[in-house]
Design a binder for this molecule. Sequence first.
Ligand code: CUA
Length: 324
Amino acid sequence: MFLLADKNASFWFPEQASTFAAEVDWFYMAMLYISLFFFVLIVAAMAYSMIVFRARPGYKGSVEALHNNTLEFWWTFIPCVIAVWIFARGVYGYLDQMKIPVDTNNVDVLARKWAWNFTYPGGVSTDELHLIVDKPAKMTMRSDDVLHAFFVPAFRVKADIVPGRYTNMWFEPSKTGVYDLFCAEYCGDKHSAMGAKVFVQTEEDYNAWIAKEMLPPANAWDWGQKQYAKTKGCIACHSIDGKKVVGPSFLDTWGKDVELAAGGTVKFDENYVRESVLNPQAKARKGYETASQMPSYQGRLKEEEISALIEFLKDVKTNTTKKE
Ligand code: CUA
């Protein structure tokens, strides 16, 4: 679903949508053309020598190695200067990306199998990354489980997100629009689907969006639906249309007896949902014995949030899911 998303602005690259992009592209192309130039030069010299200096019948060869000081000096000196220049430019670009400006818009990024969650100052939390154009943004990133990586091709930025520590990065979006964010570190079954949309907006649009997100949900079902689809990432593994993703679908399960891996059945009710959210492995469903990756949401969901999720799950039926 994400592969065909960003249209390429040129043959090589997606749009240049951050202040880093032009520099990164220019430098990339410079290295490519330098490599190409020397590749052609060296292969041509090699081919030429193979033909002109090939062994001919009766030729005995020289007993001492031949040597050309001038030639050897220049073919060492020139590549050396180029390599040092590439290194220096690389350091320059790296330091630029490492040195986070003082005045930034901050977003907390949480990566987990297999969803992104972005929390903004003021507490708005969602699965979309919203940024203000021409304002430096700082990401404070952490992972709940394994290694992930934050990658926005249009911004030319990528950074690992390591469990157990915070990683920071910054960039400055320079163009309004919608871009793709990918996970760039293999993190399990649904790694390739672990993406998010990045919205670069004007300050007015951004503020309007934040104000809208700050509004309390209209009712418990809406709140539960929002948690399911946007803020808590349930949707990454549990469908509401009957498809088996990683975990069981929620379609038409409320109030039914479901089979357990350990044998027997349990009623899919408030108690079972709450237990499964807080301790997912306690009563694994039959057929999902190995799908044990679901992390516990103990301490991450408040009781009223669980209640709202339950309200939502009560009403995931074939004819009501269209509410979405
Ligand atoms: Cu997360 Cu790959």
